[in-house]
Structures are given as C-alpha cells and as structure tokens.
Design a protein around this ligand. Structure first.
Ligand code: ATP
Length: 240
C-alpha cells in the first residue's frame, strides 16, 4: 500500500491558476474525501496526481519518491489509478474489453475480470454488452472495475455518484466498501458531503485552489465543512 504527498503544487489551465501552492499528504490505506464547490480545483488536483496534468511548480511523491516528471501511463504501472469524472469508457467496446484495457499499463496482482464481476454483480449479465448500452450505474461500475484491473495501491475516484440514481450510488458505494477496508489508499472527490463524511476517515475541503479546512471526519462538524466549502467562515462568524 502507498502514501501520496503533494508539496506546494501549483496547477494552471492557461492563465487560470486552478490550484495554488497546495500541500497535502495521504497515508497508506487512508480514505480521504476531497470536497469543495464547483471549480475549487479538485479534478485538476486528482489529474495531477494521476499524471494527466503537469504542475507548474511543486512536487508529487509516491511512497516518498518524486514522481512529478513520471508520465501518467507509468504511474499506472506504479500503482496509481484514476477513475475519471464522466467515466470515459470506450462506447463501442464490451464491458469485458473495457475492463481488460485496465490491465494493459497496470501492475500484476489479484484483479481479474471475474473478480470485478464478483465485486459489481450488476455487471455479470452485461459482460458482453457494449458500454454504450449500459445504464449510468453499470458504466460507473465498469469504470471503477477498469481502474481496479490495474491493481492499484492508490485509487483516485472523481465524482463516482455524478448522474446516478440514489439506488445506483448506494450500490457503487456498497461495492467500494470492501476496497476501502482492504488497505487501498483512496482519494475520493464527492459532491454529496454527507456521504463523503460517512465513508472517509478524513475530509479535505478545497476553496479556490487552496485547502480551506481539513481534519478527521469524526472531529469535524458538518456545518464547519459547509462553511469552508462555500467560503462562509468569516460571514458566519460575523453573523453569530
Ligand atoms: P467541479 O466540481 O466543477 O468538477 P473542481 O473542483 O473539480 O470542480 P476543476 O474542474 O479542477 O474544479 O476546475 C478548477 C478551475 O479550473 C475552474 O475554474 C475551471 O473552470 C478551470 N478549468 C478546469 N478544466 C479546465 C480546462 N480544461 N481549461 C480551462 N480551464 C479549466
């Protein structure tokens, strides 16, 4: 299992300064929820950890080794897998083919197509169906399964509940439960704050590219996180 550290990272989209001098570390086996309003920089940060977005400055470390210059496909081989926002499946390929793609750049390990189907039983009957014909929940399960097929020690999940029915979200999180307890290091971007605080051991709240608040879930009141989420700390204190 692996630790991730981000040290004084700055990330830009052209002139837009999306992540500002941000540092954080995630311990081996920890489940951290990264929350924050739209545009806070969560996706950009996850993509930088996965190697899909090059920092303007700062460092990204995996188990203490500087991987800032390591390209994304090699990071998969070192155990970092990203489940991207919007799932990004190959629509004309079957579930099984999409899963097998996850194997290509990954590491040797226990994950097989059958093990993914055991973890996501809703995919069993859809094994040979094209991804384009899947429901949102089935697509999400396939996207997570594809990431698992690379045998990650660090799993980055970007808004896995987006666009899913409440039942499909419950199903996805139920399947993720075992993984969260298995020692895989997980950074989870989740819009549903209540769910994020239920599943994660620690919450990091981003606001305008910076960490506005972080702490163990057990010691954070939901109201404080909501205030940090919207940058309302000062107004809320002034109103009290
Ligand atoms: P969301 O919840 O909406 O996905 P987020 O916290 O993940 O938000 P990012 O998607 O990382 O935030 O966006 C951070 C900032 O970077 C925003 O101001 C966004 O408009 C901008 N941004 C993101 N992607 C691009 C891009 N490809 N080109 C230009 N600007 C971008």
């Amino acid at each position: 299992m692996s630790t991730i550290a981000v040290e004084n990272v700055n990330l830009h989209h052209g002139l837009l300064h999306a992540v500002r001098d941000l540092s954080l570390s995630v311990a081996s086996g920890e489940v951290v929820a990264l929350v924050g309003a739209n545009g806070a920089g969560k996706t950009t940060l996850l993509r930088a950890i996965a190697g899909a977005h090059r920092p303007t400055s700062g460092k990204i470390l995996l188990d203490g080794a500087d991987i800032t210059a390591v390209p994304g496909h090699q990071r998969v081989g070192r155990g970092i897998a990203l489940v991207p926002e919007g799932r990004r499946l190959f629509a004309q390929m079957t579930v099984e083919e999409n899963l097998l793609l996850g194997r290509m750049a990954g590491r040797p390990g226990p994950w097989t197509v059958d093990k993914v189907l055991e973890t996501f039983p809703n995919l069993v009957a859809r094994r040979t169906a094209r991804a384009a014909t899947l429901s949102g929940g089935e697509q999400q399960a396939t996207a997570i399964g594809r990431a698992l097929m690379s045998n990650p020690s660090v799993l980055l999940l970007d808004e896995v509940s987006l666009g899913l029915s409440p039942i499909a979200v419950d199903r996805v999180y139920e399947s993720l439960g075992a993984l969260m307890r298995s020692g895989t290091t997980i950074i989870l971007v989740e819009q549903d704050l209540s769910r994020a605080m239920r599943v994660a051991g620690r919450v990091i709240c981003m606001l305008e590219g910076r960490v506005a608040l972080e702490g163990p879930t057990a010691s954070l009141e939901r109201e404080r996180v909501t205030q940090a989420y919207f940058g309302l700390g000062h107004q809320a204190r002034a109103l009290a």
